[in-house]
Design a protein around this ligand. Sequence first.
Ligand code: ATP
Ligand code: MG
Length: 423
Amino acid sequence: MLTQAPKGTKDIFGAEMASWQKMEERMRALAKRFGIEEIRTPIFEHTELFLRSVGDTTDIVQKEMYTFTDKGDRSITLRPESTAGVARAFIEHGMFNQPQPTKLFYIAPTFRYENTQAGRQRQFHQFGVELFGSYAPEMDAEAISVAYELIHSLGLRNVRLKINSLGGPQCRAKYNQALRSFIGENLSSLCEECQQRAQKNPLRVLDCKQAHCQAVLKDAPVVLDVLDTECKAHFERLQSLLTAMEIPFEVDPYIVRGLDYYTRTVFEFVTDTIGAQGTVCGGGRYDGLIEQCGGPATGAVGFGLGMERLMLTLEAQDGKPVYAPYRDVFLGSIGEAGRTKAMALTYQLRKAGVLAECDTVGRSVKAQMKYANKTGARYTMILGDDEVSKGSAQVKEMETGESQEVSFAQLETYFKSRKATLK
Ligand code: ATP
Ligand code: MG
């Protein structure tokens, strides 16, 4: 128990860490190009926020939240998604007083108590974007273009974009009615959970993952058929924008998403290369959320992208990343004076931007050189009493075996001038 991470969580280190860092770097650079700024919200929020926003008949709220009472008797929940927290911050800090739109992104650990499997963890990570301050379909297209560009610039193949519209509250009411009567006619062929959901939130029934329910539901009425004129126009405009931006998409009327706050546009990026958990990214418009949480009526659209699923998809197509450790130089040492000098020079070189390493374990010279080799040192040095008193040492290039005497005063310049060829 003590030596095992909790079920559904994972340590990230070594080769995998290198991939994560690279991915996060690309996400930040890409967001910058789209004029989107980073936000970091707390990992936990008041439980009430999620009940209000995500919706109390959703799977997330009913089954998946890590909720606890803190020592001050408050109900606290580890965030099961980040839109609610970002929306709360948007209201709390009066961001709506700034010129709109407000464009924010996050890279965030996220928590859901789920049945774990490949691509489904209890602590996972999302990259997400939230755009606030417009009801126009142009902002939907902008949000989708960020996710599309990210997925494609990472080199992911076989990812399809599916879009749908859930309409506004009126269309939704009309659709719920149609759906309820369809479900009523087919109640006995649906699973128990669907039967329970039918009354409270019929839309959730469409989200059922059971194959026999899906077979019945493929004949269910389609929300696109009941959209009012404005919602229809919004959806059509979005499609022509995506076409103009050369972003391929499919309209899939059965995409409903697992959160209650969506209005009008919803979308998913789906791949079939990582098995059942194929949704890499999901998002949509949520025009009612800001007002519902106590802010002014504000149009908004966003998405959350599962970073583990992105990694799995990349691995499935390109194989696991290889990781080669690397150092510019290892400063080996013998005796106390040598060790002291090695520590001082290593620190000086590191401050100057050289990837220097020295012995902090107390190994023999032979063992130090073995370690230098294992950690990918390109150059090595050995500092003893002689080197310390003459103020210089041999710098050996490991690959060629060639050595050169370099004074300590010149070391920084020596390695910096080679920096161009160093990693
Ligand atoms: P699913 O239908 O797979 O449960 P979801 O609709 O619950 O997904 P969202 O709430 O839209 O997912 O979250 C956005 C993205 O976060 C998903 O598309 C997925 O890539 C990722 N994600 C969601 N839950 C998990 C999880 N438990 N582990 C890993 N990634 C996840
Ligand atoms: Mg889910």
